[in-house]
Design a binder for this molecule. Structure first.
Ligand code: ZN
Ligand code: ZN
Length: 551
């Protein structure tokens, strides 16, 4: 009997985001990615993380973390986890450059960073790992082969198949075929994001000509393109179209400036010095010969495009001689914000170009045909769909069955599942926490209760009632003091304050006269009197905050 391998899925199986898994053999742990989830409509929450408790309890057994690529859903959790423990990180130079930048800006000590190049092999903890190139919407993504006591485990990373990628770096299926024909691949963990989409994704290189046609059509106007700052190949194609039509390229936004700098340093992005310009040059450049590349295509409120829409950008004021190109698809959940941004820009006279009109974006995640090609190349004995919302995992599961895998060899897992791979196959072992750990801008935790309070406050407002009781005389000291926000119209606040004070005084006076002195009981009565009045008269349920002082 060979030693078993355990896999613990801490995040990313049930949502797009916070990807994090742990592979374990002989009691030694190697982490695979450590991402965050961007909160959708959670007031005061800056990031949603996996619950790191399980890792925290085993910190001394963590050998390293492998990061597959530079997207936030794979590296965004590192600053939080590394603020309380340390371990070496393996990744491609671009990915590690992004990780280093994140850690530095968070003020977190940078651990040992070990660069991985395509086809590199490393012994990491108990595993003999091999790293293969994958094509994705950020450069230098890597799939990982773990040589384990239970055979080869293949993690696909986020990938697509693209015969003609911008950097010529294709997903290495031939190596998988070679391994499949040799020792064989025991277990496949593969990206499920687009498992529910039929066919295959179009090539990133098809976007270049579309961008060219936009640049030609909008000659004489300033062109502003919103794109993901990590999508280096898209930025390359935007810069190429700009250069070909005689424009200078200005990048705006801290993350765009940082990532473009990193990609240029590593030779992943080629923009000639003669084409490149900075925000300081903007005043001197002819707008008709300028292309601004910036962040904010998802409607992010603090990003460059939103600031332009609000007329609050420091360097750029947009108007009817500008064309704004959204070179990305709305991420589910962002549609409303993007719609507002479109409207804000249109109101300023801007002409809009977006993916709803022309093919100006393609996905970085393989669709059904591409996933099947991966399955065919790797021909795994066992399969666990990973990376996706639950419906994506189900679609990928079904795809594997349609390809002919027997049901017992496909294991459906979700966040918090701990599974065992041994001589008999793969099976569920136990559960660990799958809690959404929410943190604010400073990294402090935000509990469910706190979030609930915030939601309630934002929808219903609050009423504070302060009552002082003279315990000796058995009466109230003065009138109850009432303050309220967000409950009734500000113009009506004053009269409501009077009504609440009157109702509370009426409820308390006889009770206090009869000898009640317990602040808790008195607070309960204040809450009841206030609650009755506000809900009966206004039909609302603001937060009620009684403050009772007995002297
Ligand atoms: Zn990705
Ligand atoms: Zn991802």
């Amino acid at each position: 009997m060979a030693a078993p391998v355990h896999l613990t899925f801490l995040g990313g199986l049930g949502e797009i985001g916070r990807n994090c898994a742990a592979l374990e053999a002989h009691g030694r742990i190697v982490m695979l990615d450590c991402g965050q989830l961007f909160p959708d409509d959670l007031p005061g929450v800056d990031a949603v993380l996996p619950d790191f408790t399980w890792l925290r309890e085993r910190a001394d057994r963590i050998e390293a973390c492998i990061v597959t690529h530079a997207h936030e859903d794979h590296i965004g959790g590192l600053p939080y986890l590394l603020s309380e423990m340390s371990f070496p990180i393996y990744g491609s130079p671009f990915t590690l450059g992004m990780v280093r930048g994140k850690l530095k800006s968070a003020g977190v000590p940078v651990p040992e960073l070990i660069e991985l190049h395509d086809h590199a092999r490393h012994k990491i903890g108990p595993f003999d790992c091999e790293f293969l190139p994958v094509t994705h919407s950020t450069p230098s993504g890597l799939m990982t082969l773990f040589g384990t006591p239970q055979g080869l485990i293949l993690h696909s990373s986020d990938f697509k198949l693209d015969d003609n990628p911008v950097d010529g770096r294709v997903t290495d299926l031939p190596r998988l075929r070679e391994l499949a024909a040799g020792e064989g691949i025991r277990l496949l963990l593969a990206d499920s994001t687009n498992a529910g989409s039929a066919g295959a994704s179009s090539s990133e290189s098809e976007i270049g000509p579309v961008l060219m046609s936009v640049f030609e059509e909008h000659a004489g106007r300033r062109i502003i393109v919103g794109a993901f700052s990590s999508h280096v190949h898209r930025i390359q194609q935007i810069a190429d179209a700009a250069a070909a039509t005689g424009r200078r390229v200005v990048v705006l936004g801290p993350s765009m400036v940082r990532n473009v700098g990193l990609a240029r340093d590593l030779g992943l992005l080629r923009i000639p010095e003669s084409v490149f310009a900075t925000e300081d040059d903007l005043d001197d450049l002819d707008p008709a010969r300028t292309c601004i590349v910036c962040t904010g295509s998802q409607g992010e409120t603090r990003a460059a495009l939103s600031l332009m829409g609000q007329g609050r950008h420091r360097f750029v004021t947009v108007g009817d001689t500008d064309t704004v190109v959204f070179s990305s698809h709305p991420i589910p959940g962002n549609e409303a914000g993007i719609g507002r941004l479109h409207n804000a820009l249109a109101r300023r006279g801007v002409q809009l170009v977006h993916s709803g009109q022309i093919g100006i974006h393609t996905t970085g995640h393989g669709k059904a045909e591409e996933l099947l090609a991966l399955h065919d190349a790797a021909d795994p004995d066992l399969f666990v769909p990973v990376h996706g919302e639950y419906s994506h995992l189900v679609a990928h599961h079904e795809l594997a069955l349609e390809r002919g895998m027997v049901p017992d060899n496909v294991l459906r897992c979700t966040d918090g599942d701990r599974v065992k791979l041994d001589d008999d196959g793969i099976s569920h072992q136990s559960r660990v926490s799958d809690t959404y750990v929410m943190v604010d801008e400073s990294g402090n935790p935000v509990s469910d209760d706190l979030l609930e309070e915030r939601r309630n406050l934002s929808g219903e407002g609050f009423v504070v009632v302060r009552v002082v009781v003279d315990g000796r005389k058995g009466k109230l000291v003065g009138e109850p003091f009432v303050e309220t926000r967000g409950w009734v119209e500000p113009s009506e606040r004053e009269s409501w304050r009077g009504e609440v004070a009157e109702a509370v005084a009426k409820a308390l006076k006889p009770v206090v006269a009869e000898g009640e002195r317990d602040p808790k009981e008195l607070a309960r009565l204040v809450r009841r009197a206030t609650g009755r009045l506000v809900s009966r008269r206004t039909g609302r349920r603001p937060a009620l905050v009684p403050v009772v002082e007995v002297r």
